[in-house]
Design a protein around this ligand. Structure first.
Ligand SMILES: O=C(O)CCC(=O)C(=O)O
Ligand SMILES: [Fe+2]
Length: 202
């Protein structure tokens, strides 16, 4: 799927799933790098909120994350960052969302972990406009749990839920302020890069 088609889907329905967004070779390289960072103890318990509102709440989310620093990217991270930059430009052309920057972290959900229903725009973080999640998992089956459950708002005020399994190489894009979602309990280590396009500069 081309970036233009992703932007169109986002404009038309607010979300989009893209299988094989990256090659399997690139996925494996990113996964390996993520596992090296993990082995060096550079993952932290993820929290919620921003600034003084930041708290670690394992009863709400129990993944671990490692933020990427846009000034200190590895060559592999730069390559992915550039893909996201191209997607950002395509989304702006179609959707006029005024996306100006991108932030991202590696995430690791150990077996038994989850992230309860939430919106990616919280009170103090209104600048996240579009969420883009890339899964890096080697093999995944529905029995492994860990689905991303999206709640799609309908015209009649009702919502329909949709489960996306975190297949390696797959990208999920959605409007951060409009699609509530959760990560169901995973039974296997679940690995991803979660990023947000923002309407503010770095
Ligand atoms: O990994 C996923 O599928 C979703 C993660 C998520 O919702 C988040 O980090 O805000
Ligand atoms: Fe989220």
């Amino acid at each position: 799927m081309e970036n233009g088609a992703i932007a169109k889907a986002l404009y038309d329905k607010g979300w989009c799933v893209i299988e094989h967004f990256i090659s399997d070779e690139f996925r494996l390289e990113l996964l390996q790098e993520q596992q090296e960072i993990l082995a060096h103890g550079q993952f932290r318990h993820a929290g919620i909120g921003k600034g003084e509102g930041f708290t670690i709440r394992p009863e709400i989310r129990s993944d671990k994350v490692s933020w990427m620093d846009h000034r200190l990217l590895t060559p592999l991270q730069s390559k992915y960052w550039e893909m996201m930059e191209a997607l950002r430009v395509a989304i702006n052309q179609r959707c006029f969302l005024g996306l100006r920057s991108y932030e991202a972290h590696f995430a690791m959900y150990p077996p038994g972990s989850f992230y309860l229903r939430h919106l990616d725009q919280f009170q103090s973080v209104k600048y996240r406009v579009v969420t883009a999640i890339l899964y890096l998992n080697d093999e995944w089956s529905e029995d492994d749990g860990g689905a991303l459950r999206m709640y799609i708002p309908g015209d009649n005020g009702e919502e329909t839920s949709m489960d996306i399994h975190p297949y390696g190489g797959q990208l999920v894009v959605f409007l951060s302020g409009e699609i509530p979602h959760e990560v169901l309990e995973t039974h296997k280590e679940r690995i991803s890069i979660t990023g947000w396009f923002r309407d503010v500069e770095y």
